[in-house]
Design a protein around this ligand. Structure first.
Ligand code: SF4
Ligand code: SF4
Ligand code: SF4
Length: 245
């Protein structure tokens, strides 16, 4: 019997699910190895028996918690799919402002109609067995992680900084070109795609273990960024961690 797999979404743009659909189109062999029983983005069936649950999106209201816990109870393996689920992602930017102001800004006079609370990653609510970082996820990394899970081994997610990957590509560092970048504290694995094309890394894959954020902030300040600019860089994807601190 093939392992049964389901995909679920919470607060997200659904870009990671789209990346999964895109990825599976060129990895039909993987589709033969599993049975997808629920995937709203791609099919209408809604099977409730699954061993592996992929969760896209962050948790942004109390009612999300009950739904996520129910999924957790059914799944032997639960995987965070993308930055929103993994680290709170861009949704957590709202955590830096008073919730009432955020609701009013988004929903205007009807703000009280909509339940919401501080955005959080799924690991703040349930145990997470594996994660696929990025905004969106990397299509080939998704395949590597699924293959690892099917073989019962630890998914091969790098825990070294983006700078390693960037240097291996022989890029000239953006700091040497007058720019700035969060590569020194960000988890590698995307092929340093942003610096390679001239944009500073904004940290969508999350922090490396034991990141030296203080030094990173000092380096950015020395580059001439204002405290507001430094904070904007660090909170594009890192708001949940920073709002917790
Ligand atoms: S991680 Fe990015 S691409 Fe994926 S759902 Fe969240 S916002 Fe969309
Ligand atoms: S451009 Fe960014 S990722 Fe590349 S070496 Fe410089 S700081 Fe590191
Ligand atoms: S370089 Fe940074 S911001 Fe760009 S995709 Fe990679 S981790 Fe995300």
């Amino acid at each position: 019997m093939k392992p049964q797999v389901a995909f679920f979404d919470f607060t997200s743009c659904e870009g990671c699910q789209l990346t999964v659909v895109d990825s599976l189109q060129t990895h039909l062999d993987l589709l033969d190895m599993v049975e997808i029983v629920q995937f709203r983005e791609a099919m209408s069936e809604r099977g409730e028996d699954y061993a592996v649950a992929f969760i896209e999106g962050s948790i942004t209201r109390e009612s999300d918690e009950a739904r996520l816990k129910e999924i957790r109870e059914r799944a032997a393996v639960l995987v965070a799919l993308g930055a929103c689920a993994h680290i709170g992602g861009v949704n957590a930017i709202k955590n830096l402002a008073p919730l009432h102001d955020v609701r009013k800004y988004v929903y205007g006079e009807r703000a009280e109609w909509f339940a919401t609370y501080a955005a959080r990653p799924i690991s703040a609510v349930v145990k997470v067995d594996a994660f696929i970082p990025g905004c969106p996820i990397d299509r080939e990394e998704f395949i590597r992680v699924v293959n690892a899970l099917l073989r019962g081994i630890k998914p091969p997610i790098p825990d070294y900084p983006m700078c390693v990957e960037c240097k291996l590509k022989e890029n000239v560092c953006l700091f040497d070109k007058g720019g700035d970048c969060l590569g020194a504290i960000t988890r590698a694995g995307c092929g340093a795609i942003c610096p390679t094309y001239g944009d500073g890394c904004e940290g969508c894959r999350g922090l490396i273990p034991n990141p030296n954020r203080d030094s990173m902030q000092s380096v950015l300040a020395a580059r001439g960024l204002t405290p507001q600019d430094v904070m904007a860089r660090m909170t594009m994807f890192g708001s949940y961690e920073i709002s917790k601190a």
